[in-house]
Design a protein around this ligand. Structure first.
Ligand code: NAD
Length: 331
């Protein structure tokens, strides 16, 4: 084989700045829903997550990878958290990049900015849970958290379901106007409330970096669906463990749910067992009935899996290449 044949291969590059134009929330929703279903059907799997403190810039760096045989998607997201980026470089602290590979040959095929993609795939996950687990007549959406991710969560939820009102609580109430602005843009009224008022919500999304529960069992009414999205690390917690003991619990991936997700606490306390947690993909694929009554409390433990990143990145590359927008580099 001569040199030209050996190197007749290309990589598509989609930079961070281009991602917003290449991915609609609908496309993110569909990609995440499909890959959750593939995971539950045993056609896609996540690889163990690597997360390391670098001992440099106080950064946390890691890899989340996986293989979706159903979608023909292989790859990894590399990145993490550089706490001094904003102050020292004017860059956001979370930095990541997705790399995709040809599952047949192992050759790299694409490199995609992973920052906005992460927010959109995370918002898509809670929305998928709302579509499949919330009561169809849900009217009031409760938000706990008002940071970077919360606006994405809120926008995607309002696009997924016809909520009539949003109520929100945040430890730092000065951040709530950011959420109010998103609700306003979507034409839905927003009210800042105290935690007990969350009892008036039909769906609650928690998206904070809390290490102690803020949403207690007494704050939640029968029939509520709760999407727990903030807990993605050992030790973090947003919801009282007793609430999971009373609820039907679903997760993106059960292994992550019991180790780094919201369910870690309920399992440690013996309130639920790993076997009580169901993959949301089983509900999507109709292997599990999901919600079975209007009074049931459902919990989705969205820990964030690498396959979500890869599924969404693959859609972005597809669109960028089709539009001639990706940078194609022979390698
Ligand atoms: P952020 O720093 O922008 O916002 C943090 C939010 O948590 C704010 O609303 C803040 O007021 C609140 N908060 C901080 N300390 C708190 C405490 N002790 N008790 C209650 N609330 C507290 O962060 P973000 O980018 O919005 O991310 C929020 C969380 O979501 C983080 O824990 C992050 O790791 C997690 N996350 C999860 C996924 C996933 O796939 N599940 C993906 C991305 C981020």
């Amino acid at each position: 084989m001569d040199g030209a044949e050996m190197t007749g291969h290309q990589i598509a590059i989609v930079p961070e700045a281009m991602v917003a134009d290449m991915l609609t929330r609908t496309a993110a929703f569909e990609a995440v829903e499909a890959v959750f279903a593939a995971m539950a059907a045993g056609k896609a799997r996540n690889f163990p997550v690597v997360r390391e403190a670098l001992g440099h810039e106080e950064a946390l760096y890691g890899f989340k990878g996986g293989f979706d045989a159903a979608g023909g998607i292989l790859g990894l997201k590399a990145g993490g958290y550089w706490p001094h980026n904003l102050e020292r470089r004017g860059l956001i602290n979370h930095q990541s990049t997705v790399f995709l590979f040809d599952p047949d040959s192992g050759r790299v095929t694409a490199m995609v900015g992973g920052n906005l993609l992460t927010a959109l795939r995370t918002a898509a996950a809670s929305s998928v849970s709302i579509r499949h687990l919330a009561r169809k007549d849900a009217k009031v959406l409760g938000m706990i958290g008002a940071g970077h991710q919360a606006g994405f969560q809120l926008r995607a939820a309002l696009e997924t379901h016809g909520f009539e009102k949003v109520i929100g609580w945040n430890l730092h109430p000065e951040m709530l106007p950011g959420l109010a602005r998103v609700a306003d843009e979507m034409g839905v009224p927003f009210e800042a409330v105290d935690l007990p008022a969350l009892a008036g919500a039909d769906v609650i999304i928690t998206i904070t970096s809390s290490f102690a529960p803020t949403l207690l069992a007494e704050h939640v009414s029968p029939g509520t669906h709760i999407a727990c999205m903030g807990t993605d690390t050992k030790g973090k917690q947003e919801v009282e463990a007793a609430l999971l003991g009373r609820a039907s619990v679903f997760a993106d991936e059960v292994a992550q749910s019991v180790s780094i997700g919201e369910a870690q606490h309920a399992v440690a306390a013996g309130l639920i067992a790993e076997g009580d947690i169901h993959q949301i993909g089983a509900v999507i694929g109709k292997a599990h009935p999901g919600r079975t009554s209007d009074s049931e409390i459902t919990v989705f433990d969205g820990t964030g899996v690498g396959l979500q990143d890869l599924a969404v990145a693959a859609r972005i590359v597809e669109v960028a290449v089709a539009r001639g927008a990706a940078t194609i580099v022979p390698i």
